[in-house]
Design a protein around this ligand. Sequence first.
Ligand code: BGC
Length: 574
Amino acid sequence: MSRNRTSLLAALALVAGTMGTALLQTPAGAATDAVPCTVGYTVQNQWDTGFTAAVTITNNAAAKSSWLLRWSYAGDQKVTSGWNAGISQSGSDVTAANESYNGALANGGSVSFGFNGSYTGTNAVPAVFTLDGVACNVDDGSGGGGGTGGGTGGPTDGRVDNPYAGAKVYVNPEWSARAAAEPGGSRVSSRPTAVWLDRIATIDGVNGAMGLRDHLDAALRQKGSGDLVVQLVVYDLPGRDCAALASNGELGPDDIDKYKSDYIDPIASILADPAYASLRIATIIEPDSLPNLVTNGGGTDTSTAACETMKSNGNYEKGVSYALQKLGAIPNVYNYVDAAHHGWLGWDTNLGPAVQEFHKVATTNGADVHDVAGFIVNTANYSATTEPYLKVGDTVNGTSVRQSKWVDWDQYVDEQSYALALRSQLVSAGFDSGIGMLIDTSRNGWGGTARPTGPGPLTSVDDYVNGSRTDRRIHVGNWCNQSGAGLGERPTAAPAAGVDAYVWAKPPGESDGSSTAIANDEGKGFDRMCDPTYGGNARNGNNPTGALANAPLAGHWFSAQFQQLMQNAYPPLS
Ligand code: BGC
């Protein structure tokens, strides 16, 4: 329970800044040190259902080798997790005891601990604290520095604000070898890509492939004396991929207990190994899952029966909350929740509900907003990072480009504008103001000969949009092995304010799904969105799929696609 160096220091600073208030609360005429202890209790951050508090005990009496602090809540506050003290609660009574390493409390000395809690209604500071049975002065922080709201934008829980800043990123040796074996592949084979934990068996390693510990050990070797980020995709929810078939997964819709015990718990225990404490571990949490609940879980023409099941049984929500809570408790893990892409959630009618859904999942079933370092957009998708010749505010002869067939009333035409707008809505909803966005730029380059070199003609709004857009897909809802796509921006730390990094989450060259049915034991189905002869469904406006032919199963190496991605890279490969 010692995850919290930074906020411990912050708590000390807060208490130092409010000592004057503490003295005012000393009974009139009594010398300050006649009261044997002072307790600073500061609500550092508060949102609608939860809060983070910092507690500092100052001992004005004889030195102690252990301590026990008690208080009672007037409201329904419940401590959910703590650090630097063993905290237990019975009804409204809370007991906090020292850990083995912080029992010593000299005369005049202080010790601090912290915790997260839940509450409803008001969240008043307890009136009375006793230290080893003796009542203390109370400093509730109201003299300044306490406050509520979205955090500082600085480090939380000992984490740095942006783990990618100043750090190398892990190059997966297995992906790198496949890329290097391709003609021309050495131009990209030393780029970092994410490791997908897409089955329970990947934790130990499937058929001789590297397991999670192998990757982390290799990451330590790559790290040397600097900092290094390892990117892991957590992707094995019950009833996975409910609006498609290509990555249906191994767990049935009801297998939430197995997801927790056989998948998340073993990952968490490996990541918490002190041997890996010096790595920065970025986890990409369950691509497509919560977005599927928002748009495909019922009541619209895009719904699927499988998504309706996952919405009504709550197992996507429970699984994501559990992953956030378990992984978020590890001080060097940075959770990035998947937030689809602009061509999925970019309509106001989807974005508002999505923000609510993200917040709900990050504040229930044991999770809290501090378990979230940020969000990722465009995971394994093809939406351009920026459209240089097309802005959503453009008009053609007075008609908004939002009315074009391609934009179709979306509020965004590219990922960066979407990511930043989403980010501010998330902060308004209660996420930390320091959250950062990732954009998967692995396959959104759209270079090559079909790339426009300037804005389209002003003959009609559709001519203008179709002539301007670099994203050459037939429809923005197309997602499988897209013909014409290229590698996007190379992985880059902090490319823009609010964006932690451009990353290659989807390893270029790995298929999105097979173009015909292929028997397998990997939980991969055949989705006709991967079939170039299919005419589409409601989620791509019943358009042709634009998928490449002869594609292997999702995740398998697809040489022709890799070659195309290099060919159409933008920026071009040198
Ligand atoms: C597949 C996974 C694969 C991942 C990365 C997903 O679509 O389902 O098996 O690891 O893509 O290529």
